[in-house]
Design a protein around this ligand. Structure first.
Ligand code: AMP
Ligand code: MN
Ligand code: MN
Length: 319
């Protein structure tokens, strides 16, 4: 059984590194911190290495221990959390140089790039997979671990609302609530609070929303100039893609934002319907994700990127 092998590798390792995807979200950071604290309960210290993350997650227990680099080059064990491909893994050199590697994830598009891969594409969050694993390992999930993992679940399910949410998710949430995890506070801090810069970015994005394909597609964008104008920081674009999906009749919401390399845009896509799998659409551009939420990186200016995406979207809408 894979989980026994994972436990064996953890027990055999003297040093462990935890890695996750670039521009980490609540599931990425929550899973990493939850895993770090759980490993301590097995008597193991682990380093989390994340280049940068949004300030909104600074309420998470032990986040001050997150490192941006490490002196250890060849870890005994590297564990990748919530990341579909090696390309998207932040600080992937630590993964590539590790003696043993494990991938734990919930993306259907996962490429199984670890020595051991534990991927459950029907799980709504990597954090929920960890809850199941910790239960199997008989690790006591305390309030700290629970807060980290519920943050992952809440951010990936939009507050237990997306169709990916299962009966298990509610059962885990109930169990965590009983343990003292403040679910309402997590929702408030991650889903119902935005920085002023983020609010200003949203205003610009709303102004530019175009409804395409018989108003079935909402499209909008943000440039580096916008980021600069409003003094935006890491994570301030978070949530903009959801604005378009709330418009009646919209089946796909598309939000693109300019990357540091001016010639490239990060595409975020959300589907409102079972009929359209945006992960398949993003796969065409070398990206991926989940049926209802996916992303990719596409080269060009706004018009060129829009054109490229809409050619593929048109095919999926009119099949
Ligand atoms: P985002 O639109 O960035 O919030 O991403 C939505 C979902 O798609 C998340 O689960 C991401 O992990 C996944 N995703 C985003 N971009 C990519 C990519 N380039 N390759 C694979 N998965 C991605
Ligand atoms: Mn994620
Ligand atoms: Mn996730």
């Amino acid at each position: 059984m894979t989980l026994d092998e994972i436990l064996e590798e953890i027990k055999n390792a003297n040093n462990i590194v935890l890695l996750t995807h670039e521009t980490p979200d609540g599931d990425a950071i929550g899973s990493s911190l939850g895993m770090k604290i759980a490993l301590e309960k097995l008597g193991k210290n682990a380093d989390i290495i994340i280049t940068k993350y949004a300030n909104m997650y600074s309420f998470l227990p032990r986040c001050e221990e997150i490192k941006t680099q490490s002196n250890i080059k060849n870890y005994d064990l590297a564990i990748s959390l919530d990341c579909a491909t090696l390309k998207r893994l932040d600080n992937s050199e630590y993964f590539e140089n590790a003696k043993k590697t494990i991938v734990i994830d919930h993306h259907g598009s996962n490429t199984m790039y670890g020595d051991i891969n534990y991927v459950n594409p029907v799980s709504p969050a990597c954090a929920e997979i960890l809850l199941a694993i910790f239960s199997y390992f008989k690790i006591d999930v305390d309030v700290e671990i629970g807060t980290c993992l519920m943050t992952g679940i809440i951010t990936d399910t939009g507050g237990l609302q997306y169709p990916s949410t299962t009966a298990d998710t509610f059962e885990y949430a109930a169990e965590m609530l009983r343990k003292g995890v403040n679910i309402s506070d997590i929702c408030k801090k991650t889903l119902q609070t935005q920085t002023k810069s983020s609010f200003e970015l949203s205003k610009r994005a709303i102004d530019r929303i175009e409804l395409l394909e018989d108003e079935k597609v909402a499209f909008t964008y943000i440039t580096n100039k916008d980021f600069k104008d409003v003094n935006a920081e890491e994570g301030d674009h978070e949530g903009i893609v959801n604005i378009g999906r709330e418009i009646q009749g919209v089946e796909i919401s598309i939000f693109i934002r300019q990357k540091e390399d001016e010639e490239e845009y990060k595409v975020s896509m959300r589907s409102n319907t079972e009929k359209i799998n945006v992960s398949d659409i993003c796969l065409v551009f070398g990206g991926g994700g989940h049926p209802r939420a996916a992303g990719a990186t596409v080269k060009g200016n706004v018009e060129q990127v829009k054109e490229k995406i809409m050619t593929v979207v048109d095919k999926y809408l009119n099949r």
